[in-house]
Design a protein around this ligand. Structure first.
Ligand code: FAD
Length: 721
């Protein structure tokens, strides 16, 4: 029988602990490490030191390190002994190093034996602690060490479970423990006067050490307050504010921020420079999904034979398709309209906003006037715009982006889609289905590179089946126009290839809008990804200015913009009482290709990259009754769980309506429900949602208790006999 390294490690640890516990009891170590015993033995101990100083010093150091490393009780008695035997100077030197070395050993033991287990079980909680330690670890540890009411051994063991570095732990511990150690060693030099260890720490002394301990925190608070003052120092604060909140941008992030502000009766002004509803309504989610629907109808028509419909044909009237796209936008527009938001209590201004101080926003109104708003808080929700790579010849040849593609009235005969991400893939497939000859160019080795390779492969297969020519590993190097024909030159494996086109759609990412409205003048910092830098509360450099949505990242989805908006609005309006950290623990997303790809949590690739152990359970949708009946029997539900545990860490669904199917897993992950709970939930037959239950069933089967089943088999055999 093979034994796993972890079991072996635990076995060893249990054995050592058992031996130590027995030794502690049998040898009466507890009895030795008492104040009375120390007092009784003081003269003998001093005698040892006088007769053989080196041996005594070495033995004392060794015992101290061992006792600390094993987290044995009695550190304070040993410290007193240091003072009693060696005096203040030598005693302090010895105890200071011995306790720090011992603490480091205990820290190491805890890290080696327990950290993986604790990280797995309490990973989410520890992530928060680790993030705090990464930022303020020295201060935390210094405070814990300076205030001697936090048990020495407990601090060693707990810090071992976090991600603080061993070197940092050692040095901060040694410095932090020094005052307390000095007090105890000094007390040890006057052993006779002490009746109990409690006498050493008089309330006055304890109070002083406490003050010393919290001093770093207070100092940090003061430094932060000073920094805040410094940030604001060059601006004149208005005497009063006309508004509680000014929101810049009426996309998903801005609309939700304004909605929440108005709902709690704050005075809110929402400024939009272009179209209410932002990118999602006008250029993004809504038109793309409307186009995808038309393209799907074409596909269904082409498959009509398979459903017993003979001779069903249709021709694509592209202008009508685009008209439908605009009709859909028009039908949804009222949800985001000025009228609706005005009714909700939001003042909506149409114009370009510019932040002129941390409390003032100047609006160049669309009617030519300028209005200056004073406000306690600002939420920036300025969104993102299509990124256009600096490809020579591209601008001259003209190109489409997600902003302009909706203006097409004629179907491009030959379309190049630059980019293999979600937007590129959705649009490449749609245009191919509508009848364009589509070539999709992607620099990476596969499309949909954020998903697992098998997902990329299945989506690519589906796109190819719709007629998309996919060129992965191809880099666009220039655009040429020769004899009236436009050609994209791509490079692959050192060779160049020309791809002629009538239209080129650039879908290679979206750049946050960070210029032209005051960020530069205010000195608001950007991240390396060129999003506005915010803290966990979505505050920028100026704590009363917040940023949400595409302009803030780290995600570029409508639902994440709306999610952040809640935090920004609530923190802005009520942050002086309670602030909330934006929670990104369970973020779902979907790509609306056919089949759809939906994901929440980790993919296999990400889990591997992060070194997170996982088990995979997969259910093939080709087996699902409803999918078979619908003629959509393809795809899978893939669930990643913690090995041996009913804890979901990631789900990828590929298939018809994957985006909708995912919701059940998003709920489960958000509320800590496992696959047993999904399996125990009744799912309507025959629906696609049963795929989720069957995936849970696969997991259950793989974790069936084989021994119990073997016994049950015997039981039933016995019943039959
Ligand atoms: C083709 C496409 C398909 C997409 N599909 C999906 C999808 O299926 N699901 C999904 O979740 N997401 C999708 N997205 C992404 C989604 O559209 C964005 O994540 C979302 O719109 C971000 O919202 P936002 O509020 O951050 O910014 P935006 O919606 O971009 O809104 C920002 C607004 O701010 C205004 N503004 C900027 N600066 C100023 C200023 N100085 N003064 C006044 N107004 C200003 C702009 O005019 C704009 O209206 C898609 C995007 C595209 C392009």
């Amino acid at each position: 029988m093979s034994v796993s390294p972890r079991t072996r490690r635990w076995g060893m640890a249990a054995f050592v602990l058992l031996v130590l516990a027995l030794a502690y009891q049998k040898l009466g170590l507890g009895h030795w490490l008492t104040l009375d015993q120390l007092k009784a033995s003081r003269d003998a101990l001093v005698g040892y030191y006088q007769s053989d100083p080196w041996l005594t010093v070495t033995a004392f150091f060794g015992v101290y390190v061992l006792a600390s490393a094993l987290s044995l009780p009695g550190a304070s008695i040993l410290t007193l002994a240091g003072g009693a035997m060696f005096g203040l100077g030598v005693g302090l030197l010895l105890v200071s190093f011995a306790s720090s070395v011992g603490a480091l050993a205990a820290f190491w033991v805890s890290r080696t034996l327990l950290r993986d287990v604790v990280q797995q079980r309490f990973g989410k909680l520890l992530n928060t602690i680790n993030a705090g330690l990464a930022k303020d670890g020295v201060l935390y540890l210094l405070t814990l060490r300076l205030v001697p009411v936090f048990p020495f051994w407990l601090v060693n063991l707990l810090l071992g479970l976090t991600q603080i570095g061993a070197r940092r732990f050692y040095f901060v511990s040694q410095i932090g423990m020094l005052p307390g150690t000095a007090v105890f060693v000094n007390a040890g030099t006057q052993l006779a006067a002490i009746e109990s260890t409690a006498d050493i720490l008089s309330p006055g002394l304890l109070g002083s050490l406490f003050l010393l301990g919290v001093f770093p925190m207070i100092a940090k608070f003061i430094v932060n307050a000073m920094q805040r003052r410094k940030v604001y120092a060059r601006w004149t604060k208005p005497n009063h504010f006309d508004r509680n909140l000014v929101v810049i941008g009426a996309g998903a992030g801005g609309l939700v921020s304004a909605y929440i502000g108005a709902a709690v009766k704050a005075k809110v002004t929402l400024v939009e420079g272009h179209k209410m509803g932002g990118d999602c309504l006008n250029y993004g989610c809504v038109p793309s999904k409307a186009l995808i629907r038309s393209a799907k109808a074409v596909k269904q028509l082409r498959k009509a034979d398979a459903f017993g419909l003979r001779g069903a044909q249709g021709t694509v009237d592209f202008a009508a398709v685009m008209q439908r796209v605009h009709d859909v936008i028009r039908d949804i527009e009222p949800h985001d309209s000025i009228e609706r938001y005005t009714e909700l209590g939001v003042e909506v201004l149409q114009g370009h906003a510019r932040i002129t101080s941390p409390w003032t926003v100047e609006v160049a109104l669309s009617d030519g006037r300028t209005q200056t708003l004073t406000t306690r808080n600002i939420v920036i929700a300025a969104g993102a715009s299509p990124f256009v790579p600096p490809i020579p010849g591209l601008k001259e040849a003209s190109f489409l982006t997600s902003d302009t593609v909706w203006n097409l009235t004629a179907l491009p005969k030959r379309l190049v889609v630059l980019g293999g991400g979600p937007i590129g893939s959705e649009l490449a497939q749609s245009f191919a289905r509508l009848g364009s000859e589509v070539t999709q160019v992607e620099m990476a080795p596969r499309i949909m590179v954020r998903e697992d390779p098998e997902v990329s492969e299945l989506v690519a297969e589906s796109l190819r089946a719709d007629g998309v020519r996919i060129l992965t590993g191809h880099q666009a190097v220039r655009v040429e126009v020769a004899d009236g024909e436009k050609r994209l030159i791509v490079q692959h494996a050192g060779a160049e290839l020309a791809v002629p086109f009538d239209e080129l759609l650039c879908a290679v990412g979206r750049s946050p809008r960070v210029t032209g409205y005051g960020l530069e003048e205010l000195g608001i910092a950007l991240t390396p990804r060129k999003t506005i830098e915010t803290n966990d509360y979505l505050q920028t450099l100026y704590p009363n200015i917040y940023a949400v949505g595409d302009v803030a990242g780290p995600f570029q989805f409508t639902h994440t913009a709306a999610h952040q908006a809640w935090y920004a609005a609530v923190n802005a309006l009520f942050g002086r009482f309670k602030r909330f950290k934006a929670d990104y623990s369970v973020i779902p997303w979907a790509t609306f290709t056919d089949p759809e790809v939906a994901r929440v949590g980790l993919s296999e690739t990400e889990a591997r990259e992060k070194g997170i152990p996982f088990e995979v359970t997969k259910y093939g949708i080709d087996d699902l009754d409803r999918a078979i009946a619908d003629g959509t029997a393809h795809g899978f539900v893939k669930v990643l769980t913690v090995p041996g545990k009913d804890k979901i860490v990631g789900v990828t669904i590929l298939g018809e309506h994957a985006g909708d199917l995912l919701a059940e897993y998003v709920l489960a992950m958000k509320h800590g429900l496992g696959l047993n709970k999904i399996l125990g939930t009744i799912h309507t037959y025959p629906t696609l949602s049963e795929a989720n239950k069957y995936a849970a069933g696969e997991w259950k089967r793989a974790h069936a208790p084989q021994r119990v089943l073997a016994w049950l088999e015997r039981f039933h055999a016995w019943e039959r006999a």
